[in-house]
Each structure stands twice: as structure tokens, then as C-alpha cells.
Design a protein around this ligand. Structure first.
Ligand SMILES: C[S@@+](CC[C@H](N)C(=O)[O-])C[C@H]1O[C@@H](n2cnc3c(N)ncnc32)[C@H](O)[C@@H]1O
Length: 213
């Protein structure tokens, strides 16, 4: 799906609506990225908009067409799935996923792999659209109605994300929220809010790997 629709998906970020959402989500992700040493990886990098804006050096995605766009944004790209990362243990200072956990065949395995490739002091940052928000419910309904992107997604609630992160050996230590207005209104700039805001349409969670027992 993302292969045939890569250019269309990427171009949406240039629409008036897409630009506002991109800026809001970026403002939510940015403060959660560790300042520490790289390299930093985005799993499900797609066309590389977020990786480029966040200065992430490496991106991986199973789909080839968006990777070509990401390479054009100076992201070092690798084709592959998040469930089987072709990187050694303890390689990255940060692993980021944006709007991707809901598309992975096995999000729990993707999280296990993210933890494996992080250095012990590294940070995992997930940008998610919680199902328990008006935005999540809207996207899920659009998916059920056959929307070309969302029909392949399985949205999860915030609680489900937290549980999956804990099961993968992560402790959530920070969060940021945005998109607090209804998706039926035109999106407008708003300040990212520290922490988890119930009902917000986009949340970024920052987690650290738990030390081995
Ligand atoms: C909604 S797009 C998000 C792309 C990018 N992170 C962004 O926000 O613009 C979801 C991406 O997840 C990728 N994806 C799907 N399954 C995946 C998996 N198992 N591992 C890694 N990426 C995957 C898709 O190919 C697609 O590029």
C-alpha cells in the first residue's frame, strides 16, 4: 500500500492541513529526543519527513518507494522490517517510531528489537495516535470504510501502548501531547503540552530500556 501511494502520502504533508499537523507533531516529538550521542534510528521512516526534521541519521522501512524519498532527504536508508532489525545490539542512542506501530504486523516484536539495538542509556520515542481519542476513532472508522492508508492500521489505546512498552522492557519516563481539538475542525497551531493529555489526538512517549535483571 505505501509503495503505490508513497508520493501521495508524502505530498499530503505539503497541504495546508498536513503542514499544521506535521508542525504540531514535530513540536511534540522534539523535546523528547535525547541530546546524547547518535546514531539515531527511525523505524518505519517512510519518506523521511520526521527523520530529516529531527536530524535522525538512519531510517528503516520495508517499503521501497518512500525510502527513495527519505534518501533524497539525506537519511541513510535501509530496507527492512522493524520486527527484524539488521543492526547489532546496542547500536543506537535513540530509536524513534512515528505513526508506525499501528501498521506493523507484530508491534511487540518491533519493540523488542528497538530495545535490543538501543544502548543502555538510549531512549525510545514513539509518536502515536491513540485509539481513545477522537482522532484515533476517526482514522479507525475511515480504515473500516476502506481508506487507502488506514485500512491497514490497527490503532491501540494509550493504555495498550503503555502495556506493550512495559512488556518489551521499557519504562515510560516522559510524554508530550498535542491535537487537543476535534478532528472535524481545521487544525490550528497549539502549544505541545507536557505529559499525557487524555483525548489528545497525538501523543509522544519517551521510554528508557529497563536494565536487565
Ligand atoms: C503512516 S507511515 C509513517 C511514516 C513516517 N514515520 C511518517 O510519519 O511520515 C507508516 C510506515 O510504517 C511502515 N511499516 C509498515 N510495517 C512496518 C514494519 N513491520 N516495520 C517497520 N515499518 C513498517 C510503512 O511502510 C510506512 O512507511
Amino acid at each position: 500500500m505505501f509503495d503505490e501511494l508513497a508520493v501521495r502520502y508524502d505530498a499530503w504533508y505539503d497541504s495546508a492541513h498536513g503542514q499544521v499537523l506535521f508542525d504540531l507533531e514535530l513540536a511534540c516529538l522534539r523535546p523528547l529526543l535525547p541530546p546524547g550521542p547518535g546514531p539515531r534510528l527511525e523505524v518505519g521512516v517512510g519518506s523521511g519527513r520526521f527523520a530529516a526534521a529531527l536530524g535522525l541519521e538512519v531510517g528503516i522501512d520495508p517499503t521501497q518507494a518512500p525510502l527513495r524519498l527519505a534518501a533524497g532527504r539525506a537519511v541513510a536508508v535501509v530496507q527492512g522490517a522493524g520486527e527484524r532489525l539488521p543492526f547489532g545490539d546496542r547500536t543506537f542512542g535513540a530509536v524513534v517510531v512515528v505513526a508506525t506501530l499501528c501498521f506493523a504486523d507484530d508491534p511487540a516484536a518491533l519493540l523488542d528489537e528497538a530495545r535490543r539495538v538501543l544502548v543502555p542509556s538510549g531512549r525510545f520515542v514513539a509518536g502515536i495516535v491513540p485509539l481513545d481519542s477522537a482522532w484515533g476513532r476517526r482514522y479507525e472508522a475511515q480504515g473500516r470504510a476502506g481508506h487507502p492508508f488506514y485500512r491497514g492500521a490497527r490503532f491501540l489505546t494509550l493504555t495498550e501502548h503503555r502495556r506493550m512498552l512495559a512488556d518489551a522492557g521499557f519504562t515510560v519516563i516522559g510524554a508530550c501531547s498535542t491535537l487537543t481539538r476535534s478532528p472535524s475542525e481545521n487544525p490550528v497551531e497549539e502549544d505541545a503540552q507536557d505529559g499525557v493529555v487524555p483525548g489528545a489526538g497525538f501523543a509522544a512517549l519517551q521510554a528508557r530500556p529497563q536494565p536487565p535483571p
